[in-house]
Write a protein that binds this ligand. Structure first.
Ligand code: AMP
Length: 546
């Protein structure tokens, strides 16, 4: 027997319809690419997005067509995004930090027809125009005045489209399983692969992220997503903020400590989300300028592991609560969140920390399991580590165009490529990416754990650990440290700092001080590049290969 409730397709245009109707005057504030702060409301954003939909229809865009954006977080980007999705086209968010050849590969693979582009990225598109044969039109996300300086033959101006088209486009009316967004993985192994979100998966992800124990957002919040819309949908915030009518503050192209701090204070931001490197920069800025955080209450940090020093810094010096989260492009992206359970919340903060620093627990709608290489389940004892697998209604089933083949196990779980433990309280902890884990004498060493302790050294700005070939042990850890400006340090100082904090056999065989630790396209430490740089590194006590 089937239920007798209404069939109300879960399409994301309904989220912005809701915001327009019930939170019409709530603001969306952007630091524009042109420079000034621009203010709009959900009602205006909705109207302008509808005009963009009509412009796209007039350009011949049909349901299922891929329309890309190459843009920072701004109100205009939101307008393009909802304008595309509302008519059943697929919004393909391009990551501008990718190298041009990867960008072209993705554009071609997705067969993008139109690209909405910020002024910042016009030169890249112009230079590589010939390598994107499927693209019929560029829309520069600016006004007529700035269009005058744009050198991209035939490109249209966003504000002209808004002006020329009516706000009466019809949204929705299609199956909730219709594709809605496309985001490629960062491609740390092989070519990037496309994750094709559906309206339903994004809608459900939105509802789950709004849970109190996940992001706990409210209409009273002022949210600044530093995490870009091109990095797994700004962790869903471009949907969840309008869903609850929170004020949105968009940082545009400026994500340095000073610019973020200025917006946090001037707009009264209460909640923010970003990768650890962004928070590290903000902390440094605050400490250097004696800055204050007068309204910020909570931040979610994910994308890479949160070092203890960041969590403590925000809490002890600024009274800001940090929640650690884990996810990936393939999980829409939120998979787990380290919110204390009632038992853990009852512990003193010092004892809670151990759990808060883990990647956390799964909300309803996400199923996790740990397995060995053969697929047998492993115990949740907090020490046994294995492959982390995940299943749920907003987890990838298949990559776009079937790349990578069948990616689910017989039970329908997706292998995340992460190695993890799960403890008796259900807190998952990432040990490493499977390819980053250091295999020493048949045992595994977690590069993440050593990095996070090393970066707590008062002189360290950033730390990275990789495995380097060793004739006896297969691999041994090498610690790279970027010191804070003006600091000097010795290898022995860092090894002494690690002593007692990690197992003795995990102690890095060497420490190298570097001017730069390379970051990848989503702001994470790029281990692939580091491994390439140090592939011939000879550890102390090891004879160089002839
Ligand atoms: P992406 O799809 O670019 O967001 O990358 C996803 C990957 O980032 C995951 O599979 C993890 O390896 C890593 N990651 C994400 N969040 C965390 C976290 N909180 N701690 C450690 N690694 C993380």
């Amino acid at each position: 027997m089937l239920g007798l409730m209404q069939n109300w397709p879960l399409t994301v245009d309904r989220i912005l319809d809701h915001a327009k109707t019930w939170h019409d005057d709530r603001e969306v504030v952007s630091r524009s690419v042109e420079g000034p702060i621009v203010r709009t409301t959900y009602a205006q954003l909705h109207e302008r997005a509808k005009r963009i939909s009509n412009a796209l229809l007039a350009l011949g865009v049909r349901p299922g067509d891929r329309v890309a954006t190459l843009a920072w977080n701004t109100g205009r980007h939101m307008e393009a995004w909802y304008g595309i999705m509302g008519i059943g086209a697929v919004c393909h968010t391009l990551n501008p930090r990718l190298f041009a050849d990867q960008l072209c590969y993705i554009i071609n693979h997705a067969e993008d027809r139109i690209i909405f582009v910020d002024l910042s990225f016009v030169p890249t598109l112009k230079e590589h125009r010939a390598q994107m044969p499927t693209v019929q039109q560029f829309v520069v996300m600016t006004d007529r005045e700035h269009m005058a300086g744009v050198d991209l033959p035939g490109a249209l101006c966003f504000e002209d489209l808004v002006e020329q088209h009516a706000p009466d486009a019809t949204w929705g009316g299609f199956d909730e399983n219709t594709a809605c967004g496309l985001c490629y993985t960062s491609g740390t192994t092989g070519n990037p692969k496309g994750v094709l979100y559906s309206h339903r998966s994004n809608f459900l992800h939105t509802l789950v992220t709004l849970q109190t124990d996940v992001m706990g957002l409210s209409g009273r919040d002022v949210i600044l997503p530093v995490v870009p819309m091109f990095h797994a949908n700004a962790w869903g915030i471009a949907f969840s903020a309008p869903a609850v009518g929170a004020k949105l503050v968009m940082p545009g192209p400026k994500m340095d400590g000073a610019s973020i701090h200025e917006l946090l204070e001037s707009e009264g931001v209460t909640f923010s989300a970003a990768v650890p490197t962004v928070w590290q920069m903000l902390l440094q800025h605050l400490r250097a300028t004696n800055g204050k955080l007068t309204t910020l209450k909570r931040v979610v940090i994910g994308g890479s592991a949160v070092p203890e020093a960041i969590m403590r810094g925000f809490r002890d010096e600024y009274g800001v609560d940090v929640t650690h989260a884990w996810g990936m492009t393939e999980t829409s992206p939120l998979g787990t969140q380290a919110t204390p359970t009632h038992k853990i919340a009852a512990l003193p903060y010092e004892e809670q920390l151990k759990f808060r620093l883990k990647q956390g627990r799964a909300p309803a709608g996400v199923e996790l399991k740990l397995t060995d290489d053969e697929g047998a389940r492993l115990p949740h004892d907090g020490t046994t580590f294995g492959r982390l697998k995940v299943r749920g209604p907003f987890i990838v089933r298949e990559y776009f165009k079937g790349e990578g083949g069948d990616i689910l196990d017989p039970e329908g779980f997706f292998d995340t490529g992460d190695v993890a433990t799960i403890d008796e309280h259900g807190f998952m902890q990432i040990t490493d990416r499977a390819k980053d884990v250091i295999k020493s004498g048949g045992e595994w060493i977690s590069s993440i754990e050593i990095e996070n302790i090393a970066v707590g050294h008062p002189k360290a700005e950033l730390a990275a650990v990789i495995g380097v070939a060793h004739p006896k042990w297969d691999e041994r850890p090498l610690l790279l440290v970027k010191l804070k400006p003006g600091e000097t340090a010795t290898r022995e100082e860092f090894l002494a700092y690690l002593e007692g904090k990690i197992a003795k056999w995990w102690t890095p065989d060497d420490v190298v001080f570097v001017d730069e630790i390379p970051l990848g396209a989503t702001g994470k430490i790029d281990k692939k590049v580091i491994r390439q740089r140090y592939q011939d590194y000879v550890l102390p006590g090891v004879k160089a290969a002839e």
